[in-house]
Ligand binder design. Sequence first.
Ligand code: C2O
Ligand code: CU
Length: 501
Amino acid sequence: GALGVTGGLGLLMPGPKGQTGTLLTSQLPLPPKFASPLPVPPEARPSGGRYELTAHTVEREILPGRRTRILSYGGSFPAPTIRARRGQPLDLLLRNELDVETVIHLHGGRTPPESDGYPTDVVLPPSGQVPHHLMAGDITTGQRTYHYPLDQRAATLWYHDHTMDYTAPNVYFGMAGFFLIGDDEEDALPLPGGDRELPLMICDRAFDADGQFRYPAISPERRVPGVTEPYMGGVLGDVILVNGAPWPEHQVSATRYRLRLLNASNARRYELDLGMPMVQIGTDGGLLEQPMERRTVTLAPAERADVIVDFSAAPVGTRVTMHNRLGDGGTAEVMRFHVVRHEPDDTEIPQRLSTIEPLDPGKVSAVRDIRFRLTRPPGGGQHGGHHGASQDSGMRWTVNDQVFDPEVSLAEPGLGDTEIWRFSTDVHHPVHLHLVHMQVLSRNGGNPRKDDRGWKDTVDLIPGETCEVLTRFDGYRGRYVFHCHNLEHEDMAMMANFTVT
Ligand code: C2O
Ligand code: CU
């Protein structure tokens, strides 16, 4: 078969420097580093009390002098930033003018199931036919409105495509943006704001000879199903984009900045190092209780870190490079700051940021073992019958030895139940639960890592690790997914349902 036992074991070999995946190289000379200014994504504006986004294909300049075709929300890459407030529900109308189906998931959102972007709840293009493998979904044609109650604390969320089997290429081709929730508690803190608050979406890409995004076996127009075998472990690119620009540079004043870091890569992990202290104030689920000084911050796909950097520690004229300790060659650098002027700074980092209610391990009503691994599931693990690359060998990315089946739930917690989920893993798998946020209890029976503090919606599992998390299934009843956020693994069906009953 195309992916024999050897291929399967190959996927279990540790990747380059803390990565799982295969490097796809660009077929043109790479752009010079630090030559592009850092773009700031446009902000979405509500109209008639709701936000509207049209998904359509556009061309944008990403590499100097080249036009790259992107699948966009609202014409930009990254997609427009949506700024929302805690407790102020928001409606988002998605119009699909692509020629393929799409669905939006608000990552980190506490959203009722019908608006959560379940992978088969797709919006078809106006003339679309229902693809066979999506028949069971709640399908709309042309458009759909998502209702977000936003009864949740201030946090750096993001929204992205979540189409069954095609999330990886759709996100890779551009379908992701920031969704920032603010609240009064956060507003009361003297943190940097305005143009000293920078959302930074970091992702890697490869380009073909025409300057188009390069992705295995797939182009935006066609649907060649499946990730090809060598990339089943994940797609790693050789160009690092921040807010859609290659290795950009940003001019800053010698003051404090708030960087909302998001790893929007399909498979690549980062250990970010500015060569100067960062003070982490928040994670996936919003503010920490107390600021935490960091030398480096590690981000697996989908993780966020909210950090304060004080550029007054560097003399005016200094260039401060953000390195990636998990990168090689080009991917060892991310972007650069250029400290160009003095400015007054009345910001502070308070010693107390917020309050986090610790979930009580004494109130746990179930402990579940959840295994993320590559295996040959019983019965061949057919999944829609169209994952060409892996069908030959039967090797699959599985959750508890099963591939995703929309009809099966691996867990049925009661509404309000607190549970311990004990994740175990073979290679790197960033594990993401929809609806709920988690508190990391232990790693390999010992203490959690610094990166685990606060509320998490995605947990970075490293090879061979066991990680216990506590979570409470409150909010809404219904069916949700949890999955590996290595998007190639997710598309290869490393996903499962839980149903809150
Ligand atoms: Cu960010 Cu289910 O995804
Ligand atoms: Cu994975």
